[in-house]
Write a protein that binds this ligand. Structure first.
Ligand SMILES: Nc1ncnc2c1ncn2[C@@H]1O[C@H](COP(=O)(O)OP(=O)(O)OP(=O)(O)O)[C@@H](O)[C@H]1O
Ligand SMILES: [Mg+2]
Length: 483
């Protein structure tokens, strides 16, 4: 591992001949080794190899690694190791102060990260809790009152708890911003600032994401103390195991093409992204009319509906989930084979996250984008960020449009290299296919203390890659977020 001047750790492969790192050589305690073995993890992923030792050395870390490469365990395992010596079965709340705080941009991701914390800490008597908006606050209050060491939260609901004095963050030693670039954009920054203001200043800070736009990198330096930057792949790189494909298609023919793709490819589990909530509703309804079983997930649905839609999709009960960007970040849907962008995102980083719902944990995936003429500029933004053209697939004549000429085809179909997983494959994952997945996203609204409320409206689209709003950490900006 090489540290550059500004503390960056390069992603050089281990020198050949050096023994392969294992979870044990990374210095993890037996309780954690047992827990990861139970998960079928045979070896640490590259981000885990780099992050775990640095975190164990109490360094602040900004960790960038592709989607689906195990960042969660990369930060959670060393933190659990720090907590282990004082873990206690005592019923006294005083013995269970909040020491780890993890913030995430969506409720579904918060729930998932808390589940990971529980999974990895199964052999250590630690307590975990998750708090997010859209559900009754009282059970959360009770749980916090009883004491938990690890709290995973969305910022809005955490602020509600602070306002109601139902949470005490004065003993927090470790702060994690998962999907850190999202957490540090304008939508969240005012909430994050409020939360930071009640945390002890002596703490270890960890930022993780698959994408770190330059402005976030700069901002992160205000938050981190002599940070180490870890990069496992070129900046903002998409997952290795995803095959990309673009169909240039007139807007009005997208729906027919979508149905044709779902049928002809026998897609039994596909996550479809649109930009707006109302479009998610409409498309799901239209697909139903076309005889395709579909549900939608976005921030105007109740939390119970959101969770149900995601769960039904994960379990394969619903093959098609139409989602806004609420589902773009962090969600781990086991073996999801397909992601379709029915509309392109307006920020190229969002493309990386959306398509990163497939091609995870060493399994391949396909990302298909339906691009209408008015979206070509967003495609170009994405290609500029990825530093390559995405391969274009032909559209059947009946769906093509002479006014929307196909771009020159690649001479050879561009396929991502089917490399071995960036990490050990899961235990027996038989066949990568057929089942469904999740949805939507947003952050809007200034902070107002409240009890459960419907979610804020989706973030307005930003145009072009340089427009991801990022506020100065100490300066603030318009607030849009999810609780
Ligand atoms: N060492 C490992 N070996 C095998 N599987 C692993 C390992 N570490 C994590 N995984 C699995 O890989 C999957 C992806 O992990 P995780 O959700 O942490 O990815 P991520 O890097 O946070 O992705 P994203 O950027 O989308 O949030 C999970 O199903 C997790 O259980
Ligand atoms: Mg993640």
């Amino acid at each position: 591992m090489t540290h550059t001047q500004d503390g960056a750790v390069s992603a050089q492969p281990e020198p050949s001949g050096a023994p392969k790192p294992t979870f044990s050589t990374l210095g993890l305690i037996p309780e954690l080794l047992r827990a990861v073995a139970d998960q079928g993890y045979t070896e640490p992923t590259p981000i885990q190899v780099k992050a775990i030792p640095l975190i164990l050395q109490h360094r602040d870390v900004m960790g960038a690694a592709q989607t689906g490469t195990g960042k969660t365990a990369g930060f959670m395992l060393p933190l659990l190791q720090f907590l282990a010596p004082q873990a206690s079965t005592s019923p006294s709340p005083a013995r269970h102060p909040i020491r780890v705080l993890v913030l995430t941009p969506t409720r579904e991701l918060a729930a998932q990260v808390e589940e990971s914390a529980r999974t990895y800490s199964k052999y250590i008597p630690l307590r975990t809790a998750v708090v997010y908006g859209g559900v009754d606050i009282s059970p959360q209050m009770k749980q916090l009152h009883a004491g938990v060491e690890i709290l995973v939260a969305t910022p809005g609901r955490l602020l509600d708890h602070l306002h109601q004095k139902s949470v005490n963050l004065s003993r927090v030693e470790f702060l994690v911003l998962d999907e850190a670039d999202r957490m540090l954009d304008m939508g969240f920054i005012p909430d994050i600032k409020r939360i930071l203001s009640v945390l002890p200043s002596q703490r270890q800070n960890l930022l993780f994401s698959a994408t770190f736009p330059d402005e976030v990198r700069r901002l992160a330096k205000e938050l981190l103390r002599s940070p180490v930057t870890i990069e496992v792949a070129p900046r903002n790189a998409p997952a290795d195991l995803v095959t990309h494909q673009v169909h240039l298609v007139p807007l009005l023919k997208k729906r027919s093409l979508l149905v044709r793709l779902i049928r002809s490819r026998d897609m039994r589990q596909v996550l479809i992204f649109v930009r707006m909530k109302r479009d998610a509703n409409r498309l799901a309804r239209q697909l139903q009319q076309d005889g395709v079983v579909a549900k939608e997930i976005h921030s105007d649905r109740t939390q119970a509906e959101r969770m149900q839609a995601l769960e039904d999709f994960k379990q394969g009960k619903v093959p098609v989930l139409v989602a806004t960007d609420i589902a773009a970040r962090g969600l781990d849907i086991e073996e999801l084979p397909f992601v379709i962008n029915f509309e392109l995102p307006h920020t190229p980083e969002d493309y990386v996250h959306r398509i990163g719902r497939t091609g995870r944990a060493g399994l391949p995936g396909e990302a298909i984008s339906l691009v209408s003429p008015d979206e070509v500029k967003f495609l170009e933004d994405i290609e500029r960020m990825l530093k390559r053209k995405l391969p274009q697939a032909p559209v059947p004549d009946s769906l093509a449009d002479s006014r929307h000429p196909q771009r020159p085809r690649e001479t050879r179909r561009e396929r991502e290299p089917r490399r071995p997983p960036a990490r050990a494959p899961h235990p027996p994952r038989t066949q990568p296919a057929a089942q469904p997945s999740p949805s939507g996203f947003d952050f809007s609204k200034p902070y107002e203390p409240s009890s459960p409320k419907p979610e804020p409206a989706a973030a307005p689209p930003t145009h072009g890659r340089h427009h991801r709003p990022t506020a100065a950490l100490l300066g603030g900006g318009p607030v849009k977020r999810e609780k």
